[in-house]
Design a binder for this molecule. Structure first.
Ligand code: SAM
Length: 271
């Protein structure tokens, strides 16, 4: 019951965020419509050849990255539980003529509504904190992969969970470790555009350490090929990060560097 309440609140939040984010400069919808990719160099270089592969994008938001993979040649399906995000994704399909399928579903309900397996399951940046159960999530990833298929994630590093989001430097305020009860926060605007205010609402987020992520994937039968950690992130989650020419945001102290992003590639072996 409580879980349903958390998911309903988060879904409402993401319906509001989708409307704001679609218009927000940082999401680059306009550039995408002019032909730009919204994928970052990390996933483009590490996942590489997606041509003619079927790709399932979990938590696809309003589909910019999903459709960018389609521009790279993948046959894409995007899933998100926000009805507003999926409506906007379908609108982008109409506008651009890019071939794609979008499904509105909670990740945990997806096996009930989608009966297909994929060459690639992809997910990225800001996904795990919305999920209460990573073991079940990893089982779902494995369920939708064909034997021999590839799973890939690029995500904000869970170590960042411990820091105050609004402080002027890294200040530890939270425990790193997973707790079954979510952290509740009151939100009245999107991270993507602080100038737009929305009706205050609650969100519920869960911490998951890097060990939880890796162990959930191994337990679901996936073989991890790499776990990479990076000292930069694609979004300024902290106000004091500095943008460099490569488009990524860095902590400016060369003597104190920490992992801001990680990526994992894993395969479902033929058995
Ligand atoms: C930060 S976005 C991540 C996508 C992408 N990297 C981006 O920034 O646009 C998180 C997405 O997860 C979706 N989401 C959160 N919880 C979900 C759930 N349980 N099932 C499906 N989608 C979910 C939200 O609607 C949102 O679109």
């Amino acid at each position: 019951m409580k879980l349903r309440k958390y998911f309903e609140a988060n879904q409402k939040l993401w319906d509001e965020f989708a409307k704001i984010n679609y218009e927000a400069e940082s999401y680059r919808t306009k550039e995408f419509l002019q032909g730009a990719t919204t994928l970052k160099s990390i996933e483009l270089e590490e996942l590489r050849d997606v041509k003619d592969k079927t790709l399932l994008h979990l938590q696809c938001h309003f589909g910019l990255d999903t459709l960018s993979w389609a521009r790279e040649g993948a046959k894409v399906t995007g899933v998100d539980f926000s009805g507003e995000a999926i409506r906007l994704a379908k609108q982008l399909v109409e506008t651009t003529g890019i071939e794609a399928k979008f499904i509105q579903a909670n990740i945990y309900d997806l096996p009930d509504v989608l009966d297909e397996q994929f060459d690639i399951v992809f997910t990225s940046y800001g996904v795990h904190c919305w999920l209460n159960d990573l073991n079940r999530w990893a089982e779902i990833v494995a369920h939708f992969l064909k034997p021999g298929g590839t799973f890939y994630i690029a995500e904000f590093h869970p170590f960042l969970w411990v820091f105050d989001w609004d402080a002027q430097d890294f200040e530890i305020v939270r425990s790193y470790f997973h707790s079954p009860e979510p952290l509740m926060e009151k939100v009245d605007g999107s991270y993507a555009d602080s100038s737009v205010r929305m009706e205050p609402t609650e969100d519920y987020e869960w911490a998951h350490g890097i060990g939880d992520v890796v162990t959930s994937l191994c337990s679901a039968g996936l073989r991890i090929q790499f776990l990479h950690e990076f000292p930069m992130m694609c979004f300024p989650n902290f106000p004091f990060l500095k943008k460099r020419e490569d488009g990524y945001w860095y902590y400016d102290n060369p003597d104190v560097q920490m992992p801001l992003t990680y990526s994992i590639k894993a395969v479902k072996d033929n058995r």
